[in-house]
Design a protein around this ligand. Structure first.
Ligand SMILES: NC(=O)c1ccc[n+]([C@@H]2O[C@H](COP(=O)([O-])OP(=O)(O)OC[C@H]3O[C@@H](n4cnc5c(N)ncnc54)[C@H](O)[C@@H]3O)[C@@H](O)[C@H]2O)c1
Ligand SMILES: [Zn+2]
Length: 344
């Protein structure tokens, strides 16, 4: 899988090479309005029919069945075939939607990801999970489908708002917690003002490598890959409540606060070092927007129970003994979880 991921400072060149095997009438590009605004000039060299450029409105609320249908409609009307390719250029919403649409169109057409947000570069665009939100539930419908290639250049991040950078940083923090103490320290000291630079590119590569190694060992999330859900059991519940309330909260914000709760459970049940936990909690609380909807523990608990990773006996968590040492499949009960939510 890692062989399919290209880190480059010359995206046109890498893409030209990937597209060399396709006829131009078989190439389709998916963007959202912002990735089109900020990143499209990099793709001026592509000479495609105008109708092969699909642009969706931006934002999580458009990660919907309607958007998938829009993509399928264009592909169908323009005569896309199984041997056509969809190039997804944008954040995680675009790579999730485009990846899903491609994985089902004609039972699976080719697909390339060019992630343009930090979150998509270190997480969403790699690993092959695709999908969209349905009936108010995050990623309720989706597939596992590894893209044919991922092209990553961190200079796209120069136009990304700080809050979006923080959202991606949360996933990097998660990868570091699953990897080792040294990388965790690097991430906690990372300078977000230098996000397009060489040093930060190095951190992105490391973060992707951590995820890729875990995915490689368990592509369909039967076991070890569940570790990548660290922070997400609580995080997804927070995100769902926030979406229902019409609040603006980003995926990584929710995951960051979810990690506080799940690290607290780790302190309680796995003897994760309490001072280390406090330092990470402080790091998150100082950087991320303050208000999160945790004042509704019953609703959050119900949402966690509904989460597809859970069984009826309780809520399933990955917990940490220390950075780099984790254990999947820990079931926690309502009281423990409510206490952990209070720490947020
Ligand atoms: N498939 C997976 O494994 C996986 C993993 C993590 C997250 N996700 C999903 O990813 C989504 C979140 O991804 P995201 O944070 O990238 O959100 P996003 O795709 O909504 O992008 C965030 C915002 O940045 C804009 N944008 C994109 N590139 C830009 C650029 N270069 N400059 C300026 N603005 C730019 C987008 O238009 C959008 O407004 C969620 O739906 C989440 O569920 C999927
Ligand atoms: Zn995530």
């Amino acid at each position: 899988m890692i062989n399919n991921i290209i880190f480059t400072r010359d995206v046109p060149d890498a893409l030209r090479e990937k597209l060399a095997v396709f006829d131009s009438e078989d190439i389709f590009v998916l963007m959202d309005e912002h990735s089109r605004e900020f990143c499209a000039t990099c793709f001026d060299f592509l000479t495609l029919p105008e109708k092969h450029w699909i642009t969706l409105p931006a934002g999580e609320s458009h990660k919907s069945l309607d958007s998938v249908a829009t993509i399928w409609r264009v592909l169908s009307e323009q005569g896309a075939r199984r041997k056509s390719v969809l190039v997804n250029i944008g954040g995680g919403v675009i790579t999730d939607l485009g990846g899903f649409a491609a994985s089902c169109f004609k039972r699976g057409m080719h697909c390339l990801n060019i992630p343009t947000t930090l979150l998509a570069q270190v997480d969403a665009s790699v690993g092959g999970k695709t999908g969209f939100d349905f009936m108010g539930l995050k990623n309720e419908i989706g597939t596992f489908s590894i893209p044919d290639g991922v092209i990553i250049d961190n200079r796209f991040l120069a136009t990304l708002p700080k809050r979006q950078l923080l959202s991606g940083l949360a996933e990097m923090l998660k990868h570091a917690l699953l990897a080792d103490e040294e990388h965790l320290a690097e991430i906690m000291q990372a300078d977000l003002d230098e996000v397009s630079g060489e040093e930060f590119f190095h951190l992105i590569r490391r973060s992707v490598a951590i995820k890729a190694a875990i995915v490689q060992s368990d592509p369909k999330e039967k076991g070890l890959r569940k570790a990548l859900n660290f922070g997400h059991t609580v995080g997804h519940a927070i995100e769902s409540v926030a979406i229902a309330k019409g609040m603006e909260i980003y995926h990584g914000d929710a995951v960051a606060y979810g990690m506080i709760a799940e690290l607290y459970l780790s302190v309680r049940k796995m003897q994760f070092d309490e001072r280390h936990y406090e330092a990470i909690r402080k790091f998150i609380r100082e950087r991320y927007p303050i208000y999160v909807p945790v004042a509704v523990p019953d609703k959050l608990y119900e949402l966690m129970l509904h989460d597809k990773k859970n069984e009826r006996t309780g809520v399933n968590f990955t917990l940490l003994r220390r950075p780099g040492e984790f254990e999947i499949d820990n079931y926690c009960g309502r009281e423990e979880i409510v206490e952990a939510l209070k720490q947020i």
